[in-house]
Design a protein around this ligand. Structure first.
Ligand SMILES: NC(=O)c1ccc[n+]([C@@H]2O[C@H](COP(=O)([O-])OP(=O)(O)OC[C@H]3O[C@@H](n4cnc5c(N)ncnc54)[C@H](O)[C@@H]3O)[C@@H](O)[C@H]2O)c1
Length: 297
């Protein structure tokens, strides 16, 4: 039975990029639960239809629609924004969550093709989606959000180019916040630390066992964050509760940015336990399964 729809994002329309897996999938579920209608966007071989079906099953027909395509292509990005406006009649929130983590290795070993693809997927897509969404967001006095990373603030060894793309996002979104404030448009970054998705497990991405272990040891809370914990912060920033928040970088990182040494090893078992989530994410598939990723480690 469709649940009653009343929440912090009632009446809002959002585009969520990279919403077929991982954090983006949790954002789509959280936004719809909070009353938004969502355009679920992913690459053509991402399980976009699964996520739309799961959302409609839980919350009723019409709460979500799907869009498949590579958003680093300008015509596709433009078509994505047009689809949201056509499907739902307006646009209030753009969540630039899509991104890739394709390679691990020291810079002298870093595959140049992986570097080019990382820049294209993580930087160009955010620029293009923001560029084409802004005219609609100016009409609704809407919000741009984007996935940064602790790596964008402090860098990340073994995937230094990835950290560079996230630093671009931090700075780009702050520039957008500055210039678009006069139209009532807000722009903010959510900067996750190590989150429990395909990327942080050696079986489903290019990290090795050492990186996997260091991620947790360097995090004061002593565990990976969940996709739902990150989605909660996106929901706050998208809502009118955050009406005076713009140009901010919200760390959702278990403290890894302030961590010094293996502090996570001191966390108690209770502190390390991930919170339960009510989001129906059981159909999640591996976000890197359809990517050509590699490691020089
Ligand atoms: N997982 C982490 O530890 C972590 C940490 C910091 C930041 N982040 C950021 O969070 C975001 C989501 O990461 P995730 O861990 O959920 O990974 P994920 O692989 O599950 O999700 C990313 C999604 O974006 C899609 N995508 C990538 N490029 C695209 C494009 N050009 N067009 C359309 N779709 C595209 C992918 O296919 C994938 O479904 C990323 O931007 C990532 O940089 C993740």
């Amino acid at each position: 039975m469709a649940s009653e729809r009343r929440g912090r994002l009632d009446g809002k329309v959002a585009i969520v990029t990279g919403a077929a897996t991982g954090i983006g999938e949790a954002i789509a579920h959280t936004f719809v639960r909070e009353g938004a209608r969502v355009l679920v966007c992913g690459l053509v071989d991402d399980p976009v239809d699964d996520v739309v079906a799961a959302l409609e099953k839980e919350h009723g027909a019409g709460v979500a629609s799907g869009f498949s395509g590579d958003l680093s292509d300008e015509a596709t990005a433009e078509a994505c924004v047009a689809r949201a406006v056509k499907a739902f009649g307006r646009l209030d929130v753009l969540v630039n969550n899509a991104g890739v983590f394709l390679f691990t290795g020291e810079v002298q070993d870093y595959d140049t093709d992986a570097f080019d693809r990382t820049l294209r997927m993580n930087v160009r897509s955010v620029f293009l989606m923001t560029k084409h969404a802004i005219p609609h967001l100016q009409k609704s006095r809407g919000v741009v959000l984007a996935a940064g990373s602790e790596a964008g603030s402090i860098g990340i060894g073994m995937n230094a180019p990835y950290g560079g793309t996230k630093a671009f996002i931090h700075s780009f979104i702050r520039g957008v916040a500055h210039e678009q404030a006069k139209y009532g448009v807000r722009a903010n970054v959510v900067a996750p630390g190590p989150i429990d998705t395909a990327w942080t497990h050696k079986e489903s991405g290019p990290m090795n066992a050492k990186m996997e272990k260091t991620n947790v040891a360097a995090t004061p809370l002593g565990r990976l964050g969940t996709a739902a914990e990150v989605a909660n912060v996106y929901a706050f920033l998208a809502s009118d509760e955050a009406s005076y928040v713009t140009g901010a970088i919200y760390a959702v990182d278990g403290g890894i940015t302030i961590g010094k040494g293996p502090v996570g090893e001191e966390a108690t078992r209770a502190a390390k336990r991930q919170p339960d989530s009510e989001l129906a994410l059981e159909h999640t598939h591996d976000g890197l399964r359809n990517k050509d990723y590699d490691s020089a480690l």
